[in-house]
Design a protein around this ligand. Sequence first.
Ligand code: ATP
Ligand code: MG
Length: 359
Amino acid sequence: MRVGILGGGQLARMLALAGRPLGLDFEFLCPAPDACAAPLGHHRHAGFHDEDALRALAASVDVVTYEFENVPAETVAVLEGRVPVYPPPPALAHAQDRLREKTLFRELDIPTPAFAPVDDLAQLRAAIEDIGLPAVLKTRTEGYDGKGQFVLREAGQAEAAWAAIGEVPAILEAFVDYSRELSILAVRGRDGEIRHYPLSENTHERGILRLSVARPGEALQSRAEELVRRLLERLDYVGVIALELFQVGDALLANEFAPRVHNSGHWTIEGAEISQFENHLRAVLGWPLGSTDPVGFAAMVNFIGHLPPAEAVLALPHTHLHDYGKTPREGRKVGHATVRYPDAATRDRAVSILRERIA
Ligand SMILES: Nc1ncnc2c1ncn2[C@@H]1O[C@H](COP(=O)(O)OP(=O)(O)OP(=O)(O)O)[C@@H](O)[C@H]1O
Ligand SMILES: [Mg+2]
């Protein structure tokens, strides 16, 4: 079987690393000449609007999936009908637009921070009145790693915020004073079977995910599973999904969902029976899903901007290095390490060493 992936970054690379032992071949359609997934399969070096390349991809693979949610609708339109595309395109349409996404949460009775659409400065001022401050102004489309966001602390910042995000359609969202950020990763097969990974607890630095710790056995697990189930069923979803959550007291508020494998699930490569990457492939191919049970106590630290020397990471026992083969650049995710220990206390010590002395 041959799997086509839109995008050729580290998520595509890790999908291929999971799929090769299963006998799968990969094609990556990606405009970047130095796509880091390329060594793992065939790199179709083309843009997402290149219809000839899309038709050729559809003709040569059994299924198409994607590693990022900003796949243009026209791209999907060329592929659909020629080859199965999973997760289903309506999931993409919702995840691409924060207003549609939050409206869907509301419809499904998934609690989410108060929000309002903002199309101009006057609407922003009205939304500030409605929602109160602090609040976050976010572009409706194309944000990632905290880009396209402005935190407003006083009403006098309205003009600056509107300019800072580029005066494009946006939403204003209440700023949540959360105790923790969590995510739930789930996978749904073509036959509708659903499995969940244990919650991840996530820490961001300067808007970019830095640390994810697997939290099996949390009291909030079943609530998170219930919330993500509503999304999976409404979207008739196939593949891995990640739902990002804020914890406030014992309540969970949905921040956003990603219709793809997710950075907060990288620990599943070593820390779960079957990783998010393998389960995503199994789902989109219509194969049986694998166990999402945790193995040991796992956590993942992202390497952002530069990779530490391999020897320093590998000197820690129970530590697994992932070098994405990307050119280092400020703010860019270039690799990660996963620690998987027999107990949580030694896991946490290893995480501190990684973050404070090595990363
Ligand atoms: N309403 C909010 N209240 C408090 N913090 C927030 C809020 N919205 C976002 N944040 C913080 O900013 C981070 C990034 O926001 P969000 O997930 O909406 O954007 P993103 O650019 O899609 O990020 P990513 O690509 O990392 O998922 C969140 O993980 C959280 O730490
Ligand atoms: Mg996010």
